[in-house]
Write a protein that binds this ligand. Structure first.
Ligand code: DHE
Length: 502
């Protein structure tokens, strides 16, 4: 008993000591509550992707290109370990980020109205928005001249594809720390920002341009904003929300839940049918009662949690991977139940799936995060058409209506991470391999709106966009960038090109 008490006392005094150190060295940039400030949030959820040893190294040595100084000469190894322990433990008071915090975080950067035409000569529908993760910047690139026209600092660690208003004028970014940014692509100005959560997954914009929906791990739930990022509604969940997607033909958002076997559909159609008790989230509702369908969730119960989603082009069906990593499940969103299962070995990255026509049938293809495979499946019969071996596990798959090929990387593998493989969409054979910079990671392709060029990321801190002529496959240009994690073509995104993500 006495030993236990001494141990508890030591642990307690250590944690008080670490809190003092946090207050002295960290809180001015990361916030007294660890919610973030000039630096990112330091909560267990925010650090989930960082190993403790790497966090300790960062405190001790810092890293090139970041503002945080090294603390190795100020803190002993034990003090650094104590600090790391503190950061990975939940804060004493549970973090709160609700309507009032969201409303008061909103910052308007630019008074309106601004001119309703582009301030440049470039085609506004052939711009690329390039997210540079290396130093947290965004570059706006002219997709015809292949020249940057603006570069600006983004929030820390953007994640997920930026989302566009239906006319392509505005783009919305979401950061892992919950910041949403609205940017005017015609005036090249940041307009307004809001913090919609403490740990965010992604955002979606409604096809009518009126709503922005945000998926949060912390606090768990969904936040609905209007197009000016004003708070509209918060939907609390009993689960972290993995991601939200716009289902344009249904005038609804679909939310993927991480911890409960359910899928939610939230209609933004003012004429949406009311939702009956049993399908709403409030389990206390009496049988026979209804809630309005507009901006309320309609639940689809599932047998098990589905991860990583792919939607059929008409958005009637959603395909999700099951956790056993062997099968995928097809859920019909109108019937609100699973209608088929099919084999999908490894860890397919359905979020990067694309479709195309082959022999009069529509096929879907998905890369695989665990195995060197691209799986091609018939959309409708859900039978595997072919498993195409690649050099290694890949993250992103892209094509364009004008391209014969589907371009896949192998960036998750020990081998082949420097090579893009081009799969012939009709023969389903690997028809070409491109290795412009041996030994360096090459990934994430996006075509310009006409399908003339394919732009790939040289995924290095001092990296580049490598531009290939989509017909001759020759490199035509290299544009220096700081780890360009993703690039998004306005025309392809708002036009719903079948070769890219939406
Ligand atoms: Fe992502 C999109 C989930 C890790 C870069 N990523 C998405 C989407 C989801 C997702 C659900 C689709 C949302 C959207 O675009 O609106 N990503 C996850 C994970 O669960 C995972 C594996 C772990 C995690 O904790 O988040 C993960 N993702 C990563 C990375 O490590 C990547 C490579 C680098 C980074 O910056 O985080 C990364 N994810 C991306 C990119 C997109 C993305 C570039 C947009 C893809 C697109 O082209 O549309």
């Amino acid at each position: 008993m006495r030993v236990l008490m001494v141990l508890l006392l030591v642990l307690f005094s250590r944690s008080v000591f670490s809190e003092d150190l946090y207050g002295k060295h960290c809180s001015s940039c990361h916030g007294a509550d660890r919610f973030g400030g000039m630096g990112p949030a330091l909560l267990p959820e925010s650090l989930a992707r960082l190993k403790k040893a790497d966090a300790a190294r960062m405190i001790r040595d810092s890293r090139p290109g970041v503002q945080m100084p090294a603390f190795g000469d100020k803190l002993s190894p034990q003090e650094i370990d104590g600090l790391v322990g503190l950061l990975y433990a939940p804060p004493a008071v549970a973090p709160r980020w609700g309507e009032s915090e969201i409303r008061s975080s909103r910052v308007v950067h630019e008074p309106r109205p601004l001119p309703a035409k582009p301030v440049y000569a470039a085609d506004p529908l052939n711009l690329f928005v390039v997210v540079e993760g290396g130093d947290h910047h965004v570059t706006i690139l002219d997709g015809d001249r292949l020249e940057p026209i603006r570069r600006f600092a983004s929030r820390y660690a953007l994640h997920g594809g930026p989302k566009f208003s239906p006319d392509g004028r505005y783009v919305y970014f979401a950061s892992r720390d919950g910041w949403l940014t609205k940017y005017d692509l015609w005036n090249l100005k940041t307009l307004v920002e809001v913090r919609a959560g403490l740990n965010t997954r992604n955002a979606a914009v409604s096809s009518d341009g009126k709503y922005v929906m945000v998926a949060n791990y912390l606090p768990p739930g969904i936040v609905i904003l209007d197009d000016e990022l004003n708070f509209v509604k918060e939907l609390k969940t009993d689960s972290r929300v993995s991601a939200v997607y716009d289902a344009a033909p249904r005038k609804s958002f679909i939310a993927a839940l991480k911890d409960v076997p359910e899928l939610w559909e939230i209609s933004y159609d003012p004429k949406a049918e009311p939702i009956a008790a049993g399908l709403v989230h409030d389990y206390r509702m009496k049988e026979g009662a209804f809630v309005p369908g507009f901006l309320n969730p309609r639940r689809t119960p599932l047998d098990e949690v589905l991860d990583d989603f792919f939607f059929t082009p008409d958005y009637r069906e959603v395909i999700g991977t099951q956790r056993d990593g062997k099968r995928a499940r097809v859920v019909n969103l109108d019937a609100r139940r699973a209608i088929a299962d099919f084999e999908l070995p490894g860890l397919p990255h359905l979020g990067s799936g694309i479709t195309w026509e082959r022999g009069g049938r529509r096929v879907m293809a998905t890369p695989n995060l665990r195995e060197g495979l691209v799986t091609v499946v018939d959309v409708g019969t859900w039978k595997t058409v072919k498993q195409i071996p690649t050099l290694g596990p890949g993250f992103f798959l892209r094509s364009h209506e004008a391209s014969r090929y589907a371009w896949v990387d192998s960036m998750m593998g020990a081998q082949g991470r420097d090579t893009l493989q081009l799969i012939d969409k009709q023969t389903l054979e690997v028809a070409a391999r491109l290795t412009p910079e041996p030994g360096k990671t090459l990934a994430h392709v996006e075509f310009d709106r006409h399908g003339r060029y394919a732009l790939a990321s040289l995924w290095e801190d001092d990296g580049a966009l490598i531009v290939f002529d989509a017909a001759t496959l020759k490199e035509v240009k290299r544009i220096p960038m700081k780890k360009p994690v993703g690039k998004y073509n306005v025309g392809n995104k708002i036009g719903g090109s079948e070769g890219t993500s939406h």
